[in-house]
Design a protein around this ligand. Structure first.
Ligand code: 26W
Length: 814
């Protein structure tokens, strides 16, 4: 099969054919959605030939494949990225223009697949983009949620959630394969029996089943003609409905099993830090993991392949603890279904898995009650028990009968209830365990899993996160990309370290002014988007100060808000002349997990402060607070290129890495941040003079905590802080009703787990330095250019190279 001609005429012909044949309409009779779908099909047609070839080649060569197991993929819109990868953007634009169609109009019809919460999900999307661009054999496995991350709307400044019916009009980018469905068991019991060789064996007898139907999505490499596969599973009832019950007239009952089964892939859990321990969540995890392992063995391995060679054929990368049930699942398949001995199976299993941890918050580490695990997955619990027994026997052998250590290292926790610690199971089974930034990996070894680091020397490593330069620079910031390419050629798109060649241009006045103009144009473009989307715009000549990420207290949106309130209070109290205030637009983007009450209160307060500040004539428009709802990948692609200042202000030791920080630096924003996560590595690379560092470092945080942290002491000792908190407490931002934000204020004064008050003074002083620096726009631009030039390290291509060198040992290019 060959791809259509990559010419304007070829594209026009393919497009019109798809309108007619796939949509059954003519151009004149077509709806915007018809034209969008026909365009998507046309772009698909240019990729399919190579996709089929790559999948055939993968099976033929049996090259070692990276199977990325992730419960989340925050993909963003597909159309433009696929046009970029196939280098068809210019041809498509011209071809559609010839048909009287505006590509940008169709682009905005696409609903982004929001199959993730935040950092972890977006990282998975960046990683599979890099693996395709680096021609590494890879299959991304996950769940095809019918409803992705909720749509956020604001009612009187308060978040409310709308279901994300992203499939309402179908998705032209997916290829369903019901014929390749897997059947997944749940519940039931286990029984032992004696097999023909007289060996006593165990088997699982599930008492209900569901079908896992795969949907394939293309993952095109950039300009290399390579297409990898993202395979997402959708739940379907094994049998449509129970006709017998139906005929008995109990229609509800007849379809109950069906709805129950299909609930499994119905909706993404919107939590990104505190697991709710819900049974459906464990069902989701086992559902996609079991389907993926069966699928890989069935479809990727040559018939009759010797499973003992599995470690040469595959590495399953566990994206946090969410897919870790894959470990007992592979053991079950190898021992119960393939008849292997336990030891042989364990030897294979522990070579086939690697585990990435993405958090430092103890509450984010998943544990499943033994009661639930035993009820839903009885055979897996038995296997986990045996893995734990053998592990603890080895621990005993090494450290003797140190019961404390045994209890602390056991995969099974006894308190508060008997439960399975998934991070421990992952660590015991994985060939390698990695954190996602140097500081994070260090804290994992020293603070979170020290016993395991001691017991498994060399198992804990670091691979610092990265972001794809295709979507977050070449696609999101075409003007800056053109400027860079004009200066150093276009090799940087697949070799981001080439950005180093930009450093000399920081001393080139013409380049600096061209760079500044690009940033100004991006700010105007964002303004146009926000005006159309939400009715507000970035203040002319304002510094654009951006904080976009999930709402979580450890990320400290409250610290940013205190800076805004302090600046505002200084003006309205007359302590600072408004004319001396650097005009700033503060832009927030943040979703809160629906059950996270304090996070939702903070969103309410940000909007409340915004509406007062934005409307106060005494501010003379020099301060503006914008909070566009429903922050997602598509909005990020608009906001990141426009930002002047990137807020990365989490309490040191809490943010595992961050990836937004990398995107902003690569797009020429300067960072104000703590020494947390990957901020440390950004500052080391760009230089202290090009980074606004403030706040306690992690050891200082630990020390203050150990000394006993009393936030009200900081309140009492700092007048600016006191006046700002008092202004919030006074009801100024809630029509005089002090009760509305009282919980936020008292949480700050008497709890403040993430030490907002302790870092306040350092932050405010550093923000004053930001104002001073911004006054010298040319020096600021020079610094911004150096940030771009020195952040090539943060490409997800480099992250993939590290995973390949240190963990996967797969062939770089097939
Ligand atoms: C079960 C609830 C739950 C869901 C998601 C707990 C934890 C998560 C994720 C691990 C949270 C997450 O997205 N972590 C972020 O991962 C990014 C990619 O590595 C890092 O850059 C961020 O620092 C980290 O917060």
């Amino acid at each position: 099969m060959t791809a259509p001609a990559a010419t304007v005429d070829g594209f026009v012909a393919e497009f019109l054919q798809n309108l007619n044949l796939e949509r059954g309409v003519t151009l004149t009779a077509s709806s915007p959605n018809d034209r969008y779908v026909a365009l998507a099909y046309t772009v698909r047609d240019y990729l399919i030939a190579r996709w089929l070839e790559d999948r055939r080649h993968l099976r033929e060569t049996q090259a070692k494949t990276v199977c990325y197991l992730s419960a989340e993929y925050l993909l963003g819109r597909q159309l433009q990225n696929n046009l970029l990868a196939t280098d068809l953007t210019a041809i498509a634009t011209e071809a559609l223009a010839q048909c009287g169609v505006d590509l940008d109009e169709l682009r905005d019809l696409e609903v982004e697949p929001g199959l993730g919460n935040g950092g972890l999900g977006r990282l998975a999307a960046c990683f599979i983009d890099s693996l395709a661009t680096m021609s590494v054999p890879n299959i991304g496995y996950g769940i095809r949620y019918e409803y992705g991350i909720f749509r956020q709307t604001f009612d009187d400044g308060q978040q409310s959630e709308q279901p994300d019916a992203w499939l309402a009009l179908g998705s032209p980018w997916e290829f369903p394969h019901p014929e390749a469905a897997q059947t997944i068991g749940f519940g039931g019991r286990t029984e032992s029996y004696v097999d023909d060789e007289g060996v006593t064996r165990a088997r699982w007898v599930p008492d209900w089943r569901v079908r896992a139907v795969p949907y394939n999505y293309m993952v095109p490499g950039y300009h290399n003609g390579r297409v990898n596969t993202l395979r997402l599973w959708s739940a379907q009832a094994t049998d449509a409905f129970d006709l017998r019950i139906f005929n008995s007239g109990d229609y509800e009952e007849a379809v109950r099993a069906q709805t129950y089964a299909e609930n499994i892939s119905k909706v993404l859990y919107p939590e990104d830090s505190t697991p709710q321990g819900k049974e459906l969540r464990l069902q989701q995890q086992y559902f996609f993991v079991s389907a993926s392992i069966a699928d890989f063995i069935d479809t990727q391995l040559a018939d009759g392949a010797d499973l003992a060679t599995l470690p040469d054929k595959v590495i399953f990368q566990l994206n946090d603890t969410h897919p870790v049930i894959a470990v007992p699942e592979l053991m079950r398949v190898l021992v119960d279904e393939k008849g292997m001995t336990w030891d042989a199976a364990w030897d294979i299993t522990r070579q086939c898995f690697a585990y990435t941890c993405h958090t430092l918050l103890p509450e984010a580490l998943e544990v499943w009650s033994v009661e639930l695990m035993g009820r839903l997955l009885p055979r897996h619990l038995e296997i986990i028990y045996r893995i734990n027994d053998e592990f603890l026997a080895a621990v005993r052998e090494r450290f003797g009968d140190d019961e404390m250590r045994i209890r602390d290292m056991s995969i099974i926790a006894e308190f508060p209830e008997r439960s399975v610690r998934m991070a421990y199971l992952a660590t015991v089974a994985a060939a390698k365990v990695n954190g996602v930034a140097e500081l994070h990996s260090q804290l994992l070894r020293e603070k979170v899993l020290p016993d395991f680091d001691e017991f498994f020397p060399g198992r804990f490593i670091n691979v610092t996160n990265g972001v794809t330069p295709r979507r977050f620079l070449r696609l999101a910031n075409p003007d800056l990309s053109a400027l860079i390419t004009e200066a150093i050629g276009e090799g940087w798109v697949t070799d981001l370290e080439r950005l180093r060649e930009l450093e000399p241009y920081a001393d080139d006045a013409d380049f600096r002014s061209a760079f500044a103009q690009v940033k100004a144009a991006n700010k105007r473009h964002l303004s146009d988007v926000l005006r159309a989307r939400d009715g507000f715009e970035v203040g002319e000549g304002h510094m654009l100060d951006v904080m976009v990420k999930r709402l979580h207290e450890y990320k400290r949106q409250m610290l940013k808000l205190l800076h805004i309130v302090t600046t505002y209070e200084n003006i309205v109290s007359g302590r600072v002349a408004v004319a001396d205030v650097q005009p700033r637009t503060f832009l927030f983007g943040a979703k809160a997990a629906p059950g996270y009450v304090m996070a939702k209160r903070i969103i309410h307060l940000i909007n409340a402060v915004g509406s007062v500040v934005n409307a106060d004539p005494r501010v003379e428009g020099r301060l503006q607070v914008l909070f566009p709802p429903n922050y997602n990948v598509t909005l990020a692609e608009r906001v990141v290129p426009a930002a002047d200042l990137s807020e990365q202000i989490s309490l040191a030791g809490k943010e595992a890495s961050g990836t937004g920080n990398m995107k902003f630096a690569l797009n020429g924003a300067l960072t104000i941040g703590t020494d947390d996560g990957a901020n440390v590595e950004i500052r080391e690379l760009v230089g202290d003079e090009n980074f606004f560092l403030f706040g306690m470092a992690e050891p200082e945080v630990e020390a203050l905590w150990a000394r006993g942290y009393r936030p009200s002491d900081f309140y009492a000792a700092d007048e600016d802080l006191r006046r700002s908190i008092d202004l919030i407490a006074s009801g100024t931002f809630s029509d005089g009703d002090r009760s509305v934000f009282e919980p936020v204020v008292s949480n700050l004064l008497y709890d403040d787990r993430f030490m907002v008050l302790a870092d306040y003074r350092s932050y405010i002083d550093e923000q004053a330095k930001v104002d001073t620096a911004y006054a010298d726009r040319d020096a600021w631009t020079r610094s911004a250019i150096l940030n771009v030039g020195r952040c090539g390290f943060f490409s997800s291509d480099r992250s993939m190279r590290d995973y390949i060198d240190r963990i996967w040992h797969t062939p770089l290019a097939m």
